[in-house]
Design a protein around this ligand. Structure first.
Ligand SMILES: C[S@@+](CC[C@H](N)C(=O)[O-])C[C@H]1O[C@@H](n2cnc3c(N)ncnc32)[C@H](O)[C@@H]1O
Length: 477
């Protein structure tokens, strides 16, 4: 069966079918999500206005957490804008925001994002937690090395220090760390149908048998998600496809193979549609359960295609492996002296007072800031990266990195420089700025590093050399 035939069975009204195919190749409106633990929506809209950028809510889904942003203003391309380069927002398709918003983890939660690259949902989960009094920890995992690099770069850009990155086959979590996580997000690798608004290869070469193989991979990952989730924890399963094999089919399979363990939850989102329960007159899943799953269709919601199910684990499984206490992470140290020395340096150099949510981890040459929950993870999982790199070690002290400013810079009280609107854009585009044009605050001239602010936001770090600000900005894209 090819894709045309599949859809002919799925949508039996010819008018609706035409509408669906007409929408396949249509580009979606550009939308963004805010990193709003340091910037409220109101403040962001005001800043965007300064740059003649207009934000609007979708009329189809006004309660989605993302905003449409106009495409017309091309003075500074969106990705190059300082607000983007400094990690105050990221581009995210409207429906792609659904899975993490359904989890919306609370205070102190330990969350596994099993298939996290390139990153959008990880930052959304981490941002929710950073709004809480205890920022917990998000484990961002992916199996592909190349995609893992963009995952790490992006996490640094949005300074979500309550994250750690792992490169583990998703199948292994269930065995390696049973019942560890409060929430597991499985945004599963899929047949890429939902990317057909960008290119049509996915639907052109769609074959039912290939999709069945992918559905089987997703199912194995879902079983691992179930095993690694705590009792009364939640699992969100999502794909960006609309065929039933990868969606309702997998939910039905796990419910029947693990009877009484999982319960499908209602999802309180008004603008989406429910799952389907029949295909070609065959029942895929119980009608009541299908109504608790959600779908976004390209020709109805005018968003990316999405399927999401919210599951709660009600009982433990009968048998688990013991968690293996492994010495995988000998490169990461968190001795008391690391905490003491880093705190002392931050206080003396920039007047930064950290709090009990900040925890410092040292490698041979770098200091990272993360949260104390990392200790539990380092005991069981091999980590590629923890938190955000903030300092390089030198022979007798430390050298600050750009991300120190974006992650902890807002707590700084001395050695601060204020940039104006033009200067902040110039600096984030890699230019050198002259110190005489710039407003200094509480500075000690013997110490050459400065945290750069624009308005009330710390944006980078710089070293003064020959009355110029050495550009230490780390750009992305
Ligand atoms: C749909 S994408 C995830 C998108 C991501 N959640 C985001 O919001 O940016 C699926 C990801 O699953 C990863 N993947 C595929 N098989 C995997 C496995 N066995 N274990 C872990 N990750 C896997 C792929 O490398 C891919 O990055």
């Amino acid at each position: 069966m090819n894709y045309q035939e599949y859809i002919t069975w799925l949508l039996d009204d010819p008018k609706e079918r035409d509408d669906f195919f007409e929408h396949l190749g249509k580009p979606l409106k550009k939308s963004i999500s805010l990193i709003n633990h340091r910037l409220t929506e109101k403040e962001f809209i005001a800043l965007a206005k300064e740059y003649q950028r207009v934000l609007s809510k979708s009329t189809v889904n006004p309660d989605a957490s993302s905003w449409y942003i106009d495409r017309e203003n091309q003075d500074v391309p969106l990705w190059n804008h300082w607000l983007h380069q400094c990690g105050f927002f990221y581009m995210q398709e409207l429906a792609a925001g659904l899975p993490a918003s359904i989890i919306r983890p609370k205070k102190g939660a330990l969350v596994l994002d099993m298939c996290a690259a390139p990153w959008g949902k990880t930052s959304q989960l981490a941002t929710y937690l950073l709004e809480e009094s205890d920022p917990g920890l998000v484990i961002a995992n992916d199996i592909q090395y190349k995609r893992l690099i963009s995952l790490q770069t992006n996490i640094n850009r949005v300074w979500c220090y309550n994250t750690a990155v792992t490169k583990i086959n998703g199948y292994s979590f269930g065995k390696a760390v049973p019942e560890l996580f409060d929430h597991v997000l499985l945004d599963a690798p899929c047949s890429w149908e939902g990317t057909s608004f960008r290119w049509n290869a996915a639907t052109k070469f769609w074959k039912e048998n290939d999709v069945k193989k992918i559905a089987n991979i997703q199912y194995q990952l879902l079983v691992s998600a179930l095993k690694s989730c705590k009792v009364w924890g939640t699992i969100v399963y999502s794909t960006c496809t609309i065929n039933h094999l990868e969606n309702e089919g997998n939910i039905q399979r796990i419910l029947s193979e693990y009877p009484g363990i999982l319960e499908v939850q209602n999802i309180d989102v008004s603008w989406v549609e429910t799952g389907i329960h029949k295909y070609q007159d065959k029942t895929i899943i119980d009608k009541e359960i299908a109504q608790k799953c959600i779908r976004c269709w390209p020709h109805h919601q005018h968003t990316g295609w999405f399927f999401v199910t919210h599951l709660i684990k009600k009982k433990p499984l009968r048998w688990y492996h013991e968690k293996i206490h492994a010495n995988y992470n000998s490169q990461f140290h968190y001795w008391p002296w690391v905490q003491k020395e880093v705190k002392k340096y931050l206080k003396e150099s920039f007047g930064i007072e950290t709090n009990s949510n900040h925890f410092f981890v040292s490698t041979k040459d770098t200091i990272y800031v993360t949260t104390p929950k990392i200790v539990d993870i380092l005991a069981f999982l091999r980590c590629e990266k923890v938190g955000i790199p903030i300092l390089k070690k030198t022979r007798d002290s430390f050298r600050p990195l750009h991300w120190l400013a974006t992650t902890l810079g807002n707590l700084a009280e001395q050695n601060i420089i204020e940039l104006n609107t033009k200067q902040v854009q110039q600096y984030t585009q890699g230019e050198l700025l002259e110190v005489k044009d710039i407003t200094e605050q509480n500075s000690t001239w013997t110490y050459p590093y400065r945290i750069l602010f624009h308005q009330w936001l710390a944006v980078s770090i710089s070293k003064i050399i020959d009355k110029k600000l050495k550009n230490k900005f780390i750009r992305v894209g």
